[in-house]
Design a protein around this ligand. Structure first.
Ligand SMILES: Nc1ncnc2c1ncn2[C@@H]1O[C@H](COP(=O)(O)OP(=O)(O)OP(=O)(O)O)[C@@H](O)[C@H]1O
Length: 186
């Protein structure tokens, strides 16, 4: 089949496509995604890239407990998760002291907006806290409904489709707290 069972974590199919024997087989690739998806495992890595399949239902994987679990953990120690990616980017930024970006792409309804919200929520919870920062964070998280109210529309593919591209710039101060969020629409 070209798919071998991982010995780590969730054990359904393979968690990282780098381990797929049939690395040039689209069928094996899709089979693995499907196998994991039917077990509600929506995330799979290709090395440090993360593939996400929209579950179109609420999953119990975005709790504070899950966030705590992924904080500061080695990328490949736990099952693939968007929190692992967010955490990895954050810590790489700290250790390399330079800018990093997360590029989220996919067709309409793929779950890009939801993914960006999960990342923001993760940073809101995992970064150091103070009264001022909490205010900035709340504003940051609450900016989404405002932008969606102006820029989203119901389409055939997505009942809440963003009709604009989104660029978010999260700036951290030297105490590595979230500082500012700049948004621009095109
Ligand atoms: N991780 C998730 N868990 C549960 N539901 C999700 C998840 N991701 C997406 N969805 C569901 O799918 C819908 C569409 O997702 P989203 O709006 O993020 O897509 P998009 O890729 O941003 O689409 P567009 O390009 O049209 O704006 C969401 O409103 C939500 O109902």
């Amino acid at each position: 089949s070209g798919v071998k069972t991982s010995t780590l974590g969730d054990r359904v199919g393979i968690q990282d496509f780098v381990l797929l024997d049939a690395h040039n087989s689209e069928t094996a690739f899709l089979d693995n995604l499907k196998k994991r998806f039917t077990e509600d495992l929506i995330y799979t890595y290709i090395g440090t890239l993360l593939i996400s399949v929209n579950p179109y239902k609420e999953l119990d994987i975005y709790t504070k407990k899950q966030m705590d679990l992924y904080m500061g953990v080695n990328f490949f120690e736990l099952p693939p998760h968007i929190y692992a990616l967010a955490d990895n980017v954050y810590h790489t930024m700290l250790s390399e002291a330079n800018n990093h970006f997360i590029l989220i792409s996919g067709e309409s309804g793929a779950g890009k907006t939801e993914a960006s919200k999960k990342i923001l929520q993760y940073y809101a919870v995992s970064c150091p806290s103070s009264t001022l920062l909490d205010t900035v964070r709340d504003r940051m998280l609450m900016s989404n409904p405002v932008l969606e109210a102006f820029g989203n529309a119901k389409t055939m593919k997505n009942y809440n489709s963003s009709r604009f591209g989104k660029y978010m710039d999260i700036q951290f101060d030297c105490q590595v707290s979230t500082n500012t969020l700049l948004l621009s629409s095109h």
